[in-house]
Design a protein around this ligand. Structure first.
Ligand code: IPE
Ligand code: IPE
Ligand code: MG
Length: 241
């Protein structure tokens, strides 16, 4: 969409005007990246972790305050057990090996999703990382793990009912996993697929969406910068004029 001249009346918010505060990424295409190279899928996931490192490092340079990464969906349990184990193993190793540097770089770690189905060691590692980095303010890194929007909304509604509260938009939002986070301004999905796959469906109400053909392991600083520049050309109206 090309930038439109500002209209009179309620001011349109240029996507730009500044950087997106909150960027959420559907990191897709690891398997296809590996397949292209005749490698096992795990090799694609390993290369995907490198892309995560780069992206987390680049985000603050681009003015981003919150970066949410879709790492494992509530539907990804449907994959073969070996692949699920590989993914959980990579997550553990990422946190163990990166936590010192993340902490040093002022990254605050959070996670969204239902922790119930995660193994006790993954949960412990996540909770320790969250607690250790709670005071950091350079970038909030939100890991979506065993996350699905439908599940998140269902859990929020169950809490609402348990609390005996009137179901207003605010009351629902206050019970989502993202309660204390700003909504995503921009959602990026790599690998050419154009769907949300149960990611931040409530929160995406007014997010800008960018789909790129890069497979996730190939997503680099230049690709990230291109997406942010494209966001800057969008005009956000939020239903106004
Ligand atoms: C994304 O890559 C990583 C996760 C979903 C965890 P995929 O594993 O979905 O890769 P493709 O879509 O098969 O290429
Ligand atoms: C979405 O990718 C989930 C993550 C990136 C973690 P999938 O590869 O699971 O999505 P579908 O199955 O293609 O919709
Ligand atoms: Mg995929």
């Amino acid at each position: 969409m090309t930038a439109q001249p500002a209209r009179t009346g309620a001011p349109a918010v240029a996507g730009g005007g500044g950087a997106p505060r909150h960027v959420a990424i559907i990191m897709d295409g690891n398997g296809r990246w590996a397949k292209k190279r005749f490698l096992p899928r795990i090799a694609g996931h390993r290369a995907g972790v490198e892309a995560v490192r780069r992206t987390v490092e680049t985000a603050p340079d681009l003015g981003i305050e919150v970066l949410t990464l879709y790492a494992f969906s509530s539907e990804n349990w449907k994959r073969p057990a070996d692949e699920v184990n590989d993914l959980m193993g990579l997550l553990k190793r990422y946190l163990q090996s990166e936590i010192d540097e993340l902490d040093r770089n002022g990254v605050r770690i959070r996670y969204i999703g239902d922790p119930e189905r995660l193994s006790a060691d993954v949960r412990l590692l996540l909770d320790t990382s969250v607690a250790r980095t709670a005071g950091n303010g350079k970038l909030t890194l939100v890991l979506a793990l065993n996350y699905g929007s439908q599940d998140e909304i269902a859990r929020a509604v169950r809490r609402l009912v348990a609390d005996g509260v009137e179901p207003t938009i605010e009351a629902i939002e206050a019970r989502l996993d993202t309660a204390d986070l700003p909504p995503p301004d921009l959602i990026i999905r790599t690998s050419g697929e154009q769907r949300l796959s149960n990611f931040l469906m409530w929160q995406a109400a007014y997010a800008e969406l960018i789909f790129t053909d890069d497979l996730w392991p190939d997503f680099d600083r230049a690709a990230f910068e291109r997406a942010i520049a494209e966001y800057g050309r969008r005009e956000r109206r939020f239903g106004g004029l």
